[in-house]
Design a protein around this ligand. Structure first.
Ligand SMILES: Nc1ncnc2c1ncn2[C@@H]1O[C@H](COP(=O)(O)OP(=O)(O)O)[C@@H](O)[C@H]1O
Ligand SMILES: [Mg+2]
Length: 237
């Protein structure tokens, strides 16, 4: 079985890229050779359709100081929309074999791979092929990134159910942008409630961090905060 982790989330915009990058930096600091990948990226920028830029991929690539950009970001689309839909709008087939080969090559170059998902686990990639199918093929355990505010219980439990139904191994849940001061009642109680209802490890919470910005490729003190607040050993178990 491949050594690595698939980072998914309860929704898009919750913090998969930031969490995946933070993990890459911490593992690298431990001396591990870490490869990163955003198998399919949508919402990319750039004038040349053949050279679209995924800021998610750039962020991961820089965090992990990787060497092979084409392995980090094999498939890119301009529209910020589910891959299956972007593929139709941009008239570009998603070549899953190309993604598979990139993934295999990434594994050859690195000891541990961190794969960032696309949206949540039921996002469609192709006909009859969701992100969940990709997770199964990759054979990786998952980490679920969630928010901690009102609604998190339902969002997190839906994702946990969908993952368990498919037999995925869930290493735990990370709460992102969870305030550590001035929190709401929901933010204060949700992690505990979610732990009690799922029995899953809560790997920790990251607050809103200054100077952390995927779009500007800024890392601020992400590495230090991740080291302090997230249970990395549980992820590596
Ligand atoms: N802990 C954080 N502190 C500050 N900004 C954050 C934090 N987590 C995420 N962001 C910002 O929120 C946005 C969404 O996060 P991102 O990691 O890109 O989510 P996802 O990959 O799940 O779509 C990005 O602009 C990112 O810079
Ligand atoms: Mg992302």
């Amino acid at each position: 079985m491949a050594k690595g982790i698939f980072i998914t989330a309860t929704d898009t915009g919750v913090g998969k890229t930031v969490i995946a990058a933070g993990l890459a930096m911490v593992l690298k600091a431990k001396g591990m050779k870490v490869g990163v990948m955003k198998p399919i990226a949508t919402g990319c920028s750039g004038d040349n359709p053949k050279r679209l830029i995924s800021m998610d991929a750039v962020y991961l690539f820089e965090a992990a100081e990787n060497e092979y950009a084409r392995l980090t970001s094999p498939v890119r689309f301009r529209n910020p929309i589910a891959p299956s839909v972007a593929s139709v709008y941009e008239q570009k087939e998603i070549d899953l074999d190309y993604v598979r080969r990139a993934y295999e090559e990434l594994q050859k170059h690195y000891d541990f791979v961190i794969i960032e998902g696309i949206g949540g686990i039921l996002v469609p990639i192709k006909k009859n092929y969701l992100v969940a199918n990709m997770i199964r093929e990759m054979g990786l355990p998952i980490v679920i990134v969630s928010h901690a505010s009102l609604g998190a219980i339902n969002h997190t439990l839906l994702t946990v159910d969908a993952a368990l139904m498919r037999g995925f191994v869930i290493r735990g849940i990370i709460f992102n942008r969870a305030p550590i001061v001035n929190y709401s009642l929901a933010e204060m109680t949700n992690p505990r409630v979610i732990h009690d209802l799922t029995g899953l490890p809560i790997l920790g919470s990251l607050p809103e961090l200054e100077s952390v910005d995927v779009e500007r490729c800024e890392f601020g003190n992400l590495k230090e905060m991740f080291e302090d607040r997230i249970n990395v050993n549980e992820i590596l178990k």
